[in-house]
Design a protein around this ligand. Structure first.
Ligand code: 1YM
Length: 655
């Protein structure tokens, strides 16, 4: 296709070409993640507009032709002509890689993404992009496309024509439609749940903004709307939904200092777990960072001062620790700032020192005011009481822990409890199978490759850890044998470098009990060895559901769909449904579930800690209603285990 426009913009096109040449550098990957990243870049621009107070409605539509439309009701991308470049603001934003430091009045850029280059990156990696701007009663439109020139070279993101006024309108805002280029991406399949989950999270983090999500790709369109008037308070309430809060309304504080905006909502429940979810510029900081540190030290200080002032702590008493004040705490901390520095293994830890100073100062000031306000006396006292109890229990726990350690020293033999260790010493390849039931454990022990596979059978259901304290967990024999087998300690003392296995594989039956056991084990790892999951060591083994035998030919099916596929047109076969691992003989168990060549493992990864937390609560909390529902919905797992899928696990061939 001829293109009259791009000639004078050769330099610009070269910029976008660089994006084409190395898409990974700009959006991380050309797989599913990268594809979703494209959407987030455009959504970020709309969210910025809302965060600056100009928009309160953002919609995302997945269209039937696999293009995506994002729209906001803000000011609209500037349509005026850029002084130096001689092209419209819209065109600058969509073709100039470094149209960073914004065009109009330079306000915040909260988007954590590509700092203003996002739109041009999306354009560079799209087959076509249409930008529509509605402002001052007028509608404008510009299209961009990628095409092959005479030499077969792909020119990407080229304007088809300059921005054009197309008519009158009563709307205001920006509408962007883009079709990701199938020559760039391995898949164009945007995941409904991923988008819904993220938009919901954004709705919590940007209160009063309405997010509308429509999926028009299927024959039955789906639609979701999210809007939270309570913002992160609603988020905290939702996280505590299945628990028993100690006071009805979350504590909410907010403030701004040195250009950093801080928002915090917290509410204690009667459980023992600390769940702090922090964000910077709407991006989850799973690994925490300076802002969390600032919050935690301020909370400890404010509460210790309060406890002394009201006499909960006497002069002779030691101050309580931060952990005590955070027992049963659910909190959401959201910080908005410029020049964000991410650190850590997964680049999800905030590194900026000024964030610690600012969050600490704002929290100290506002939270002190809160607890000193007489109308909050009840809440403040409940927080204090909870911490005092926690401190008392901790002392008992400390003793129990020492005892457990002493006991482990005594038991310090290669054989830990019922563990059948492997013979090889290479911890980088060794695998530990945690197997439901003694009989399956026996088959696994006989069927395994003993050079690198160790077996730990579990008798019955392990203790439900949700409602237990660390000392009670350690006192439980099943968990103690897991802790000892892994050899890396527990809780704050977990030492990944001492880990004895590279893969920890949970093997349980494909029924409700199996799902429950799996959930309990994952909860245990999540609570007490989170690093094990973060480092990708935890897997779920998938045993087959059916054996299909015809003569000497044996096949296995891991889901009902697979069974249908295998048996289609097949005659005279014998079908066996495995009700449990115990029904398989050692050879079959090896062949189908343990042999790295054939098996399917699901790696458990914490993509969204908030989700696990919620899920875990539903499964483990004391409200039986939601739990039953969940288990019967999901216990029957298909090829991808529904539970694992829910917590963001990915299915991998043999891991
Ligand atoms: C559906 C995507 O891009 N909305 C959007 C983008 C911008 C503005 C408003 C905007 C920003 C500013 C001034 C400013 C952008 N403008 C620019 C740039 N929605 C979507 N809505 N006026 C309008 O930040 O100063 C980049 S993005 F650079 F032109 F200002």
């Amino acid at each position: 296709m001829a293109n009259e426009y791009s000639i004078k913009d050769i330099k610009v096109m070269e910029g976008l070409e660089a994006v084409r040449a190395r898409p990974g550098m700009y959006i991380g990957s050309t797989g599913s993640r990268g594809l979703h990243h494209m959407l987030w870049e455009i959504v970020d621009n709309a969210v910025d507009e809302a965060a600056n107070g100009y928009a309160d409605r953002i919609s995302v539509t997945l269209n039937n032709d696999l293009s995506v439309t994002v729209e906001d009701n803000g000011r609209g991308i500037p349509v005026g002509i850029h002084e130096k470049l001689g092209i419209s603001g819209v065109e600058v934003v969509y073709t100039h890689l470094h149209a960073g430091g914004k065009f109009g009045d330079s306000s915040y850029n909260y988007s954590g993404g590509l700092h203003g280059v996002g739109a041009s990156v999306v354009n560079a990696l799209s087959e076509h992009v249409t930008v529509e701007v509605f402002v001052n009663g007028k509608a404008y439109r510009q299209e961009f496309h990628s095409y092959e020139d005479e030499n077969g070279k792909v020119i990407s993101g080229a304007p088809v024509a300059p921005l054009k006024e197309t008519g009158r309108t009563r709307l205001h805002g920006t509408r962007v439609t883009f079709l990701p280029d199938k020559r760039v991406f391995e898949t164009l399949d945007i995941n409904f749940d991923t988008v819904a989950k993220r938009l919901r999270e954004l709705a919590y983090l940007n209160k009063d903004v309405l997010f509308i999500f429509e999926d028009d790709r299927a024959s039955e369109p789906k639609k979701r709307e999210y809007k939270y008037e309570g913002g992160i308070c609603d988020f905290v309430k939702e996280l505590n939904n299945d628990k028993t809060p100690l006071y009805a309304e979350p504590v909410y504080i907010s403030g701004e200092k040195d250009g950093i905006k801080v928002e915090l909502a917290l509410q204690h429940n009667d459980g023992y777990t600390e769940s702090v979810f922090s964000y910077v510029n709407n991006i989850p900081t799973t690994e925490g960072g300076t802002h969390e540190t600032g919050f935690k030290s301020a909370l400890t200080k404010v509460m210790n001062d309060y406890c002394r002032r009201v006499g909960v702590l006497k002069d002779k008493d030691n101050s309580l620790s931060g952990e005590d004040y955070r027992e049963g705490l659910t909190a959401v901390l959201s910080v908005k700032m410029k020049n964000v520095q991410f650190e850590g293994q997964t680049k999800t830890r905030l590194g900026n020192t000024e964030a610690r100073i600012c969050v600490e100062a704002v929290t100290l000031d506002r939270l002190t005011h809160f607890v000193e306000d007489l109308k909050n006396a009840d809440t403040a006292m409940k927080m204090a009481d909870k911490a005092v109890k926690a401190a008392k229990v901790k002392e008992a726990a400390r003793k129990a822990k020492t005892m457990a350690r002493e006991k482990n020293k005594l038991d310090n033999a290669p054989l830990v409890g019922k563990l059948s260790s492997c013979t090889g010493r290479d911890t980088s390849i060794n695998e530990l199978f945690i197997v439901e039931g003694d009989s399956a454990g026996g088959s696994a022990k006989q069927g395994r490759d003993r050079r690198f596979q160790a077996i730990l059978p579990l008798r019955g259901k392990p203790l439900n850890v949700e409602k237990k304290r660390l000392d009670q967990v350690i006192a439980n024999e099943e968990f103690r044998s897991i802790i000892t087998a892994l050899g890396a300690g527990i809780g704050n003392e977990f030492a990944p470098e001492s880990l004895k296995y590279n893969k920890v594989i949970i093997l349980s039956d494909a029924d409700q009990d199996g799902a429950h056991i799996r959930a309990i084990l994952l909860t245990f790892f999540y609570r007490y060895m989170k690093q094990l999951i973060l480092d990708g060591h935890v897997y779920i083994g998938l045993p087959p559901l059916y054996k299909i035998q015809k003569g000497s030919d044996v096949k296995y099916a891991y889901s009902d769909e697979e069974l249908t596929r295998i048996t289609k047109g097949m005659k005279g076969y014998v079908l066996q449904r495995y009700k449990g691992l115990g029904e398989m003989n050692p050879e079959q168990l090896w062949e189908t579930t343990m042999n790295p060549e054939n098996r399917t493992l699901v790696r458990v990864n914490i993509d969204d800690a908030a989700d696990v937390e919620r899920l875990v609560t539903v499964l483990m909390g004391d409200k039986v209603g939601p739990r039953k529902e969940y288990i019967s919905d999901h216990a029957n797992f298909n090829k991808q285990d529904a539970f694992a899928k829910k917590i963001g696990a990915e299915v991998g061939g043999n891991g």
